[in-house]
Ligand binder design. Structure first.
Ligand code: DQA
Length: 142
């Protein structure tokens, strides 16, 4: 199965960025761990700080009917454009799992709302890298 893992803004700084919240491991380490956890599956990885890049990739996933694991970073909380792209995908029956390293509900008020969650297939948050691993298990189980 082909799965696209997408990380949004500031997640290229994993390991350097607020390690007390996001941990000390890098994005490259996360991607290597996920690849190792899904033998026989084709995982593709992408990170961008740009909303347009994320939307364009999700549109490509619509065309190819590719399931997505998405950490939208701070776009989670306000990007209606990203939400619309996600809705296009999931309303066509393609799975998109929203993941977060931290538990946004246990943090600042502005993080408590996700504009993505209502159009996501599922949401997994607060488990560090395990949020992604569990999303992978759920997608590859089908
Ligand atoms: C995050 C949570 C967001 O609120 C934040 O803006 C991020 C990372 C997480 O993985 O916990 O960039 O999505």
């Amino acid at each position: 199965m082909k799965i696209q893992v997408i990380n949004g803004p500031n997640l290229n700084f994993l390991g350097k960025r607020e390690p007390e919240i996001y941990g000390t491991a890098s994005l490259a380490e996360l991607e290597a761990e996920l690849s190792a956890a899904a033998p026989g599956h084709e995982l593709q990885f992408f990170q961008s700080n740009s909303e347009a890049d994320l939307i364009e990739l999700i549109q490509q996933c619509f065309e190819t009917k590719t399931a997505v694991i998405l950490n939208p970073g701070a776009f989670t909380h306000y990007s209606y454009a990203l939400r619309d792209a996600c809705a296009t995908l999931t309303s066509a029956g393609v799975k998109l799992i929203e993941v977060h390293l931290s538990n946004p509900h246990a943090r600042e008020e502005f993080r408590r709302n996700s504009v993505i969650s209502p159009v996501a297939t599922a949401v997994i948050a607060g488990l560090g890298f395990d949020s992604y691993r569990l999303a992978l298990i759920a997608l590859t189980r089908d």
